[in-house]
Design a binder for this molecule. Structure first.
Ligand SMILES: CC(C)(COP(=O)(O)OP(=O)(O)OC[C@H]1O[C@@H](n2cnc3c(N)ncnc32)[C@H](O)[C@@H]1OP(=O)(O)O)[C@@H](O)C(=O)NCCC(=O)NCCS
Length: 165
């Protein structure tokens, strides 16, 4: 696994260009962001959402220290998971820049996310993955995720993993 130092930084307007560039490249490649729904709309809505909801969910920008490149986004959702709620997100969401995938960054980002969850008293951490998202499932398994159950929503199979922290 690569050992380039990465650090988590809170959202700020000064990162607009880097965030927009990352999002555009992900879109151009036909991929998408997960756990960052407002960012799928636009940067200002995303920043406003962060300011309003930061006690419920915090989005971190993940920078590589050596060249200060934005390599991904990590979201921690400090909201109790309720199987009865329509909000089916898990506790952690992550996305990596197209040209930085396959280098072990998401595995390390989830590890950092688990540490943050631990400080918030979230245990077990629930992670939700589409059954077809093999890369994300691998990331979860490498962080000791255990398959808890599987559900079908709108014809899509979703796997729910639990990770003890
Ligand atoms: C899922 C995602 C975060 C993975 O990021 P990443 O930095 O490439 O992940 P890592 O490098 O830490 O590990 C990915 C693992 O999946 C494997 N992988 C990648 N693509 C794969 C594929 N299509 N099928 C199977 N395995 C795959 C990699 O080989 C690697 O395993 P390895 O270390 O054993 O070789 C990234 O693809 C992404 O941002 N996707 C869009 C957003 C998303 O799906 N987020 C998760 C929502 S649950």
């Amino acid at each position: 696994m690569n050992s380039d130092k990465i650090k988590l930084v809170l959202p700020h307007a000064k990162y607009r260009a880097q965030v927009q560039d990352m999002v555009q490249k992900i879109r151009d490649a036909g991929s998408r962001l997960h756990g960052t729904s407002f960012l799928n709309r636009d940067f200002d809505a995303w920043l406003a959402d962060y300011k309003i909801n930061k006690h419920e969910r915090v989005e971190y920008l993940v920078f590589r220290q050596s060249d200060k490149k934005l390599i991904g986004l990590l979201q921690i959702r400090n909201t109790p998971y309720s199987p009865l709620s329509n909000y089916m997100a898990g506790h952690v969401g992550y996305s990596v820049c197209i040209d930085e995938r396959g280098k072990g960054y998401a595995t390390r980002m989830l590890k950092m996310g688990l540490e943050l969850c631990k400080t918030l008293g979230i245990d077990p951490v629930i992670i939700k993955c589409k059954a077809e998202n093999l890369a994300s499932i691998k990331v979860v398994l490498k962080n000791n995720g255990k398959l808890n159950h599987e559900e079908t929503h709108d014809g899509e199979s979703i796997k729910f993993f639990h990770i003890k922290v």
